[in-house]
Ligand binder design. Structure first.
Ligand code: FE2
Length: 291
């Protein structure tokens, strides 16, 4: 744990100290994977300060669509995530799970839901944020459609959003919230060179395929979850085992116990919008709170 991740197949520099000129152009984003329930929120709160000290990100994004009881997000759980040091929260297919959040989706500009729902639903599917250093970060959230609800086509919606955001964004990041590795991989290739990063979320298991695609887009199929360690992708393992053994329906409950945090650190060049580094991160809470 804590070992620097492997680097992609393209030749690029690892995370390292930057020269003054590079520092002016570099935007470093820490993207934290799906925060699941209370163990996930606690892991984010306890582990993010150390990661911030270690990597000095300019901006922190987290996927929070499982933050409230494993399904959806509320104003209170979103506030806890922002309080942990997260600057923007992306969502996913469980965005509508908690009805009380609907007005908050309109009120809170730091929440970004999937953009490919029909027009007129609450919230925003993309947003542009500004770092303390003055760089602008366009954030797009999209849901995949394979083995998921049939939303509008994320590929063509991405075309329109990239065109809209590009003039006002130094870098653009897409949270592609999807089930199928094939759809995620295809999406990465589709937008390669047009966005700085495509970060896969939703499947909760970190994949080891992070790389920079030939056009300059940092890509990972799934960043992994931030949630309870002894679980089946966040849910109590006894419940899931019972379902596999009996095929009978049962209510999902978030597992108890210590959580772990999954993330990627991205370095992007604000003068080109392209990535120069991507590194997988995974930190586990021990009873003493360390790794
Ligand atoms: Fe999801």
């Amino acid at each position: 744990m804590g070992r620097r991740g492997d680097w992609g197949t393209r030749s690029h520099s690892p995370i390292r100290p930057f020269t003054i000129l590079e520092r002016r152009r570099r935007v470093r984003i820490l993207f934290v994977g799906d925060i699941v329930g209370k163990p996930g929120r606690q892991a984010a709160a306890r582990l993010l300060p150390g990661l911030t000290e270690e990597f000095s990100p300019d901006f922190v994004i987290a996927n929070g669509e499982n933050a409230a009881g494993g399904m959806g997000i509320t104003k209170d759980t979103a506030s806890q995530i922002f309080g942990a040091g997260v600057d923007a929260v992306t969502l996913g297919n469980h965005v509508w799970a908690k009805k009380e959040v609907y007005p908050y989706l309109n009120e809170e500009p730091r929440l970004v839901r999937p953009a490919n729902y029909p027009a007129g639903v609450p919230g925003r599917g993309s947003a542009v944020f500004r770092t303390a250093g003055g760089d602008s970060i366009g954030v797009i959230c999209l849901c995949g459609r394979v083995f998921m609800d049939c939303l509008e086509n994320p590929f063509t919606i991405a075309d329109a959003l990239i065109e809209t955001l590009a003039p006002e964004s130094d870098v653009i990041l897409v949270d592609f919230h999807a089930e199928a590795t094939s759809e995620k991989t295809a999406f990465g290739w589709y937008v390669d060179g047009r966005v700085g990063a495509v970060i896969g979320t939703h499947t909760h298991v970190q994949t080891a395929d992070e790389r920079i695609l030939p056009g300059g887009t940092a890509y990972i199929t799934d960043v992994g979850m931030t949630g309870p360690a002894d679980s089946v992708i966040g849910v109590k393992k006894e419940i899931i085992l019972s379902r596999f053994l009996t095929l009978m329906p049962s209510k999902f409950e978030v597992a108890d116990g210590d959580g772990f945090l999954s993330a990627v650190v991205l370095d992007l060049d604000s003068s080109t919008g392209k990535a120069t580094g991507i590194e997988r991160v995974r930190r586990t809470m021990s009873p003493s709170g360390g790794e």
